[in-house]
Design a protein around this ligand. Structure first.
Ligand code: GLA
Length: 729
């Protein structure tokens, strides 16, 4: 079968060849092509820069077998390779049929084009040759953002159980490339999340993963592959898995230069029993192609997150400036103390006041209380309402911290329901931060949490919850489930689905509620959780030196409106104290600005400065939260000495530029900074923010982009500035 009948001069969207056996997914700048081979196998035919003609795509044919050791099926770029037959490359699915057969043989059955969640969708149905298993591959196309969103659904059309042992979302193939291919990932740990890592790709496999039951910070479920791209230019393939549990992303390259990326829910300890007539659908794997470097990848994912992932109407509203009391008061919360902080925060222009941990009974340390989501009568003798009313009266929203998936052994909940946590009866229950994980796959646990949280939110008029998750899952047993004949290896998926269900239910009941995703900082920052949360707490580490790296990394996936950044007093070592408050504000203003310092201890001078920067932030907020973000100078590339980030309005009428220089030991003159994304022939007025006396300057967009702009930075350490550009003609 040839694909040369495909409509010529293709426009963006999904195009099907008249015989219904090959397809072009065309976006503004990319083409992805796939087709059915003679054998009924679905092969990827192309993925990369947009091709002008359908005839540019080759026919779907299995590659020639090199030898009996290098067989065609292993070499074939199958869009969804399964464990079965002579396949030894990356595998996307594995199953065991009721008769013990551990071999899948999927052939193309039919296709249809429809729509899902506002995007055109191609659905390809594959059938097993001998068993009643159908797999539907979904391809949604976000043409404007050059993204393809894939997922797979398994349908058991028969009555006998089918055991799924691996169910990835997708496999992708890159054009053959022999050398200089590079992999970028985001790695870290608690208080050091999302740092950019780059490594050459050589023959072999690289795996990034989480097996903790939560997205994790050891790695983020994101990759980028380029050859010689910079932030500004060059081809970059990138992708991310929208899942908040165990995930696995495998990148394999052959010595002959073919690279395959496969990923989805981790196969580690995974099982899903597909009962008769039941279906199982994987999370989305979102991937894209950019010719305009890593910033091009950022713009596409940021737009997608804003337009298709984040909950509405919150995603269309500015994210408020936040105050969080954790670092100021830790567990020592009281109506009076929090009210005083709230008054100070409101006077600065804060719009959302969040009471963190410590407000519920026995929570004077991290050894007790989790699970008992009632207001502590000792700390709040009049209940929570007077504080909520005070915060509302000050014109702010009220937020509160919860950690619903957790329980301390020292809690009423655990004493009443010791069976509600993951455990194996013969094993001890490993504690981390003195806590255990509730089995939120259980419906009774979900109902309990929904009921308590619903009351907390509804009874008090809570506008925002910070949903934390401070330890991984261990001893993943569920004895009652096993006793009832089920497979407890499902818990890894059921846990995530339970969390999603609780959040979705709360949001449906309280449409104005906002949720922050926190897991000891940024351990749950993925596109799955962002379908039901509005922002993430990027890291417990608020040191500006660390933050530049953390924020650079997270910005590969998340837009400014999602990335929570605070100005705090910690770590209160000498170095931090020497970092000017201005610099700390400038670093935090690049995302969703928050304050976490003890405002009662701030000097009048510091409070005045905070007021000034919060006012500036509100002025530039639409750009920071929703503009196209360009990293002009990467902290990773300058060992943290320099960073510069620009956010440009989609119509290029306005922009904001943040510049940071940590040290200047050689007293060098500040180089001119070349901007991006402006209209060359327009004139821009450039204003130094926070310094009303500074004379505005005017330059053409071309000059700002090619000649660059002189930076008004002092020669001292920790110098920073914010420039605001407005198009005047
Ligand atoms: C985690 C969070 C912090 C704070 C504490 C409270 O560490 O990341 O921001 O909420 O829990 O115990």
């Amino acid at each position: 079968m040839q694909t040369d009948q495909i409509i010529q001069g293709v426009t963006s969207g999904i195009h099907q060849q008249p015989d219904g056996k090959s397809w072009l997914l065309v976006t503004e700048y990319s083409t992805y092509a796939l087709g059915v081979s003679e054998e009924g196998l679905l092969l990827q035919l192309y993925w990369g820069a947009r091709l002008p003609l359908g005839t540019d795509i080759a026919a779907a044919r299995l590659p020639r077998e090199r030898s009996s050791q290098d067989v065609a099926l292993t070499l074939a770029p199958e869009v969804y390779p399964v464990m079965g037959g002579l396949r030894y490359g990356e595998i996307a699915a594995q199953a065991v049929f009721s008769d013990g057969t551990r071999d899948i043989d999927l052939r193309f059955a039919s296709a249809e084009i429809g729509e899902k969640q506002g995007l055109p969708e191609l659905r390809l149905h594959l059938r097993d040759a001998a068993y009643p298993l159908e797999v539907t591959l979904s391809y949604r196309v976000d043409s404007k953002n050059d993204l393809i969103i894939r997922a797979a659904s398994f349908h058991n059309l028969g009555d006998e159980e089918i055991l799924l042992e691996r169910a990835f979302s997708a496999a992708w193939h890159l054009p053959q490339q022999f050398s200089s291919r590079r992999l970028t990932t985001l790695a870290g740990h608690w208080a050091g999340e999302s740092r950019v890592q780059q490594q050459p790709i050589v023959a072999g496999s690289v795996q990034i993963e989480s097996r903790k039951g939560v997205t994790g910070s050891t790695a983020y479920p994101w990759f980028a592959i380029d050859t010689q791209a910079t932030e500004q230019q060059g081809e970059v393939y990138f992708g991310t898995i929208a899942w908040s549990g165990n995930w696995n992303l495998r990148i394999s390259t052959r010595i002959t230069g073919e690279t395959t990326i496969a990923g989805g829910i981790h196969e580690h300890d995974f099982a899903w029993v597909l009962a008769g007539k039941q279906s199982f659908t994987t999370p989305d794997f979102v991937a894209g192609f950019a010719e305009d470097g890593f910033n091009g990848g950022r713009h596409r994912l940021h737009n997608y997150v804003r337009q298709h992932v984040l909950p509405q109407p919150q995603a269309s509203q500015p994210r408020p400036v936040l105050y969080n009391s954790w670092e100021a008061t830790t567990f020592d919360v009281s109506e009076e103390g929090q009210s005083k902080l709230a008054e100070h925060a409101a006077a600065l222009g804060v719009e959302l006041f969040v009471v963190d941990d410590g407000w519920f009974p026995a929570r004077n340390h991290d050894h007790a209380g989790l699970g008992d989501w009632r207001v502590d009568p000792q700390k709040f003798p009049n209940g929570l309402q007077p504080l909520v009313d005070r915060v509302h009266g000050l014109g702010m929203q009220f937020g509160i911290w919860v950690e619903p998936e957790m329980v301390n052994p020292d809690s009423d909940l655990y004493r009443a329901h010791p069976d509600w946590i993951y455990h194996f009866p013969t094993r001890s229950r490993s504690e981390a931060r003195n806590q255990l994980v509730l089995n939120v796959g259980r419906q009774d646990v979900q109902e309990y949490l929904i009921d308590l949280l619903d009351k907390l939110i509804g009874d008090h008029g809570v506008d925002f919850i910070k949903w934390d998750m401070n330890r991984p899952i261990s001893e993943p047993g569920w004895p009652e489930y096993v006793a009832a004949g089920h497979n407890a290896r499902e818990i890894w998926v059921r846990h995530v689905e339970g969390v999603y269900t609780i959040m979705d239910t709360l949001r449906a009941r309280h449409p104005n509620l906002s949720i922050e995703s926190c897991a000891s900082g940024g351990s749950r920052a993925d596109l799955g959780i962002l379908e039901r949360t509005d922002q993430v707490w990027s890291s417990d580490n608020t040191h500006p030196d660390a933050r530049l790296f953390i924020q650079e990394g997270i910005s590969h996936i998340l837009p400014g409106r999602v990335m929570g950044d605070w100005v705090t007093d910690t770590p209160s070592d000498r170095v931090q104290n020497e970092i000017p408050l201005t610099y700390r504000f400038h670093v935090a203003m690049m995302g969703m600005l928050g304050i976490g310092g003890h405002l009662l201890h701030w000097s009048e001078e510091d409070l005045a400065e905070a007021r000034r920067w919060i006012a500036v932030y509100k002025q530039i907020r639409p750009l920071v939260q929703d503009g196209d973000q360009y990293w002009l100078i990467s902290p990773s590339a300058t060992a943290g000495d320099w960073a510069a980030v620009e956010s440009v309005a989609p119509d290029a009428s306005e922009a904001v530029v943040f510049v940071y220089r940590r040290t200047n030991p050689f007293w060098e003159t500040t180089p001119r900074l070349r901007l991006q994304g402006l209209t060359p022939n327009s004139t821009y007025r450039v204003q130094l923010m926070g310094q009303p006396d500074a004379e505005p300057q005017q330059y053409s967009g071309a000059s700002l982009m090619h000649q660059g702009i002189a930076l008004p930075l002092s020669r001292s350490s920790y110098a920073s500035c914010i420039l605001h550009l407005q198009k005047v003609s």
